[in-house]
Design a protein around this ligand. Structure first.
Ligand SMILES: [Fe+2]
Ligand SMILES: [Fe+2]
Length: 133
């Protein structure tokens, strides 16, 4: 998935973090395709994604807990799943064929795109309706 304004829900910090994450996932994809040239970018991007997605999830979860968001449990499970997915990709990527890595990373990015379009959208609506930004 390419980043598009349609993924923005109007909560500025959330939109910016989503954009950053999606762009980094694309950068990772490019570095896999050209892995021989871009090993450094590959490892830097992985490190960034590992840290930044956790921070992003934590911020959303803290808002949910603080403002008693009723969808917290399900949303939290989705975050856990993504973390597992990403970590699995990272830990195994070195052993995989490039084609498999590309396929998996595309799957991971699409999953994240769907999360933004559905669960994060609902949460953003909750924040906006309650004037929490
Ligand atoms: Fe989320
Ligand atoms: Fe999010």
């Amino acid at each position: 998935m390419e980043w598009d304004a349609k993924y923005e829900h109007g909560v500025i910090w959330q939109d910016l973090q989503h954009k950053e994450l999606v762009e980094k996932m694309h950068q990772l994809l490019d570095s896999i395709i050209e892995i021989k040239k871009d090993k450094e970018i590959f490892y830097d991007t992985i490190k960034f994604l590992k840290d930044y997605h956790k921070r992003h999830f934590l911020i959303e979860e803290e808002y949910m807990i603080k403002h008693k968001y009723t969808g917290f449990k399900d949303h939290y499970k989705e975050h856990k799943y993504f973390t597992w997915f990403l970590n699995d990709f990272i830990s195994q990527s070195i052993y995989r064929e490039i084609e498999t890595s590309v396929e998996l990373l595309n799957e991971c990015t699409n999953w994240f795109g769907n999360h933004i379009k559905t669960s994060d959208k609902l949460f953003a609506q909750f924040l906006l309706e309650n004037q929490i930004t």
